[in-house]
Design a protein around this ligand. Structure first.
Ligand code: DAK
Length: 260
């Protein structure tokens, strides 16, 4: 990574894992425009960095992120919101090719919950709280809350959360399939790091295509999705990592993946 001079993001790379901390604790990591733009910039940079195989976004013990910055948007007009086009920044998250893990402790509300759901996996501490309270502010979720939450937990649960603003505990979120696992707060970072390292050890081209294929399952018919998967599967037979992976199995040894 080049030199970065971010105000609200702390980023580092360890053992092929890009670690990104949202760092605006005085307002529970409220996602103002600058924070979002710094976050997207660092993720884009890590996505291109061949030393990075997986990325983790985390916050602090009290908050992953308590949503978009309310004072920043409170007096905005529709036209100002439109021209600002914050969604374009958020949309760049969808273009990332490497797996992204959200490590959530404390509040993941509104845009914070949407950010977690835009990640590929979610690890949470027992203190995590997920919710879409936008209705209480006179609006609705604006960065995927009505769509990703519904796909993750089903219509009736999403409807209740979006219509009443009620949030979910980490245990509930685990039970309904919104998140991957729950751990005590002191183990959150280690758990997220272990999961990230596990992914970082896999053959990167296959990881990239696997991510793409699973995401496509969200918006393709089964027939088109199966077709898409098959093409990617055949393509992987042109990689050295496929040869190495299968030969290593036959030779009863561990594979050494090169990312080719
Ligand atoms: N924005 C700005 N500041 C916030 C904030 C937020 N979302 N959440 C908390 N803070 C600030 C508080 O104002 C307070 O600041 P000071 O008063 O100390 O200066 C500080 O953080 C600590 O908060 P509290 O004193 O309230 O702490 P508590 O423990 O008592 O309560 C809480 C924690 C999370 C229950 C409470 O702070 C809260 O209800 N916060 C608001 C949660 C919320 O409504 N979030 C949804 C925001 S709307 C878009 C994409 C996304 C979005 C919009 C557009 N486009 C693509 C266009 C997303 C919208 C949203 O997320």
């Amino acid at each position: 990574m080049g030199n970065r001079n971010d105000r609200y993001i702390v980023a580092s790379i360890r053992e092929n894992v890009g670690w990104i901390r949202l760092n605006r604790p005085e307002v529970l990591n409220a996602l103002n425009l600058q924070l979002i733009s710094e976050l997207v910039a660092v993720l884009t940079e890590m996505d291109r960095d061949e030393n990075v195989r997986c990325m983790v976004i985390t916050g602090n013990e009290k908050a992953f992120a308590a949503g978009a910055d309310i004072p920043e948007m409170a007096e905005a007009s529709s036209v100002e919101m439109l021209i600002q086009d914050q969604l374009a920044e958020w949309d760049r998250l969808r273009k990332l090719t490497k797996p992204l893990i959200a490590a959530v402790s404390g509040y993941a509300l509104g845009g914070g919950c949407e950010l977690a759901m835009a990640c590929d996996l979610i690890v949470a501490s027992e203190t995590a709280v997920f919710g879409q309270p936008e209705i209480l502010l006179g609006v609705i979720p604006g960065a995927g809350g009505t769509q990703r939450l519904t796909r993750a937990v089903g219509k009736v649960r999403a409807m209740e959360m979006v219509l009443t603003g009620r949030s979910m505990t980490a245990r509930e979120a685990l039970q309904v399939g919104l998140i991957n696992r729950v751990v005590p707060p002191e183990l959150l970072e280690a758990e997220a790091m272990n999961l990230a390292k596990k992914i970082a050890q896999q053959p990167p081209v296959a990881v990239r295509l696997a991510k793409q294929a699973v995401l496509k399952a969200m918006d393709m018919t089964l027939e088109n999705g199966l077709d898409y998967e098959q093409k990617l599967f055949y393509f992987l037979f042109s990689t050295e990592d496929q040869k190495e992976g299968m030969r290593a199995f036959v030779e009863k040894r561990k594979p050494r993946f090169q990312g080719k």
